[in-house]
Design a protein around this ligand. Structure first.
Ligand code: SF4
Length: 350
């Protein structure tokens, strides 16, 4: 059965595989970039970032020599900023510790920051022909359906079950192409809404035989979501906009933000306005924008107010409108500026 499925998928891929810009480039740096960008990001959203990064940093050395701020700025809008910081750290590792030579085995690739089993398997198989099966969400789905595996894919203990099947199925002669075939097949044919009618491996699909395609894969998350309440104050005048860099082990580290009061709840934090040198009461601060920003384990409830700029603000810096564009911000803050129709330096004051 494995042989039939394997050859069915290979034939399907030869005709219907996606033509993606990082395919066939033969450059581990570019494949690595694409894989990191595409973690938790759809292909359509990630592709412009791939082009932007390869244009700004054509080689791993260029990326290593950039400042973290430049990297974060280019990453802006993709979310999960730790990916960008790891990307930068890993580029430095390759240049400084490995003399600019990209690791060429699964084991050595794993030593790069931000590279886990999935990315190491993808690069090792696609560029270096190492027989390592890649397991992403698409592959989980295809295997769960073909082999009727109903283990919970959100449970880490389940992974070896899927890995064993994926490695058995893998085409050892051509592992890179086969891994890409599996991913494309899961993305296009055996998608969340599968197209079983014209599926080339339908006759071997156990879920299809039992009519269980829609129930697989099983994914039961047990995450308790938490909420955080961010009250942002857009304080700007002709001189510029007050910003500060987020530091510490919190979300959005290294990104810049507007003056913030984080509070226990959604209520306007009247009693804490002095922290930002702001006089007045709630009525003086109309809400300009409000948005629930969803992260993997928590919701950030962001509320934005506008107020007069103080002459001095401890812990923040006044960034001129001309320079503003060079400061990377979170997607939440970016959306606020777009909602006010001032995506690039706030023109109202400039
Ligand atoms: Fe997926 Fe349907 Fe094909 Fe089975 S028959 S592999 S569920 S598309």
């Amino acid at each position: 059965m494995y042989d039939h499925i394997r050859s069915g998928l290979k034939t399907w891929y030869a005709k219907q595989g996606r033509d993606l810009p990082w395919r066939g480039v033969g450059d581990p740096y570019k494949v690595w970039l694409s894989e990191i960008i595409l973690q938790q990001t759809r292909v359509a959203q990630g592709t412009p970032y791939y082009f932007a990064f390869t244009k700004a940093f054509p080689t791993v050395k260029d990326l290593a020599m950039a400042s973290e701020q430049e990297v974060l700025n280019l990453w802006q809008g993709l979310g999960y900023y730790s990916r960008a910081r790891n990307l930068h750290a890993a580029a430095k590792y390759v240049v400084e510790e490995l003399n600019g030579v990209f690791p060429s085995t699964y084991k050595d690739l794993l030593k790069m920051k931000g590279v886990g089993d999935y990315t190491a398997s993808a690069i090792a198989s696609i560029i270096f022909d190492e027989p390592k099966a890649v397991i992403d969400g698409n592959v989980f789905r295809v295997i769960a359906r073909l082999f009727l595996v109903d283990d919970n894919i959100a449970d880490a203990k389940t992974r070896p079950v899927f890995a064993a099947i994926a490695n058995e199925l893998l085409d050892k002669e051509n592992p890179g192409d086969f891994n890409q075939a599996m991913m494309d097949f899961g993305a296009l044919q055996c998608a969340p809404k599968p197209m079983c009618a014209n599926c080339p491996v339908q006759e071997y699909c156990m879920a299809y035989k039992e009519g269980k395609q829609q129930q697989l894969p099983v994914k039961v998350k047990n995450l308790k979501r938490t909420k955080r309440y961010f009250h942002y104050f857009h304080l700007a005048d002709r001189r510029g906009t007050w910003l500060r860099e987020r530091v510490g082990k919190d979300i959005w580290k290294g990104l810049y933000e507007l003056p913030l009061i984080e509070s226990e709840d959604e209520k306007f934090p009247s009693h804490r306005l002095a922290e930002l040198n702001l006089p007045g009461s709630e009525d003086d601060f109309p809400v300009l924008f409000k948005k629930v920003h969803k992260l993997s384990h928590r919701d950030i409830i962001g509320t934005f107010y506008k107020a007069e700029s103080p002459s001095h603000l401890e812990g923040y810096q006044l960034v001129s409108h001309k320079e503003f564009d060079r400061y990377p911000v979170s997607r939440l803050i970016d959306e606020y500026f777009h909602s006010q129709e001032m995506p690039k330096p706030p023109s109202l004051f400039g």
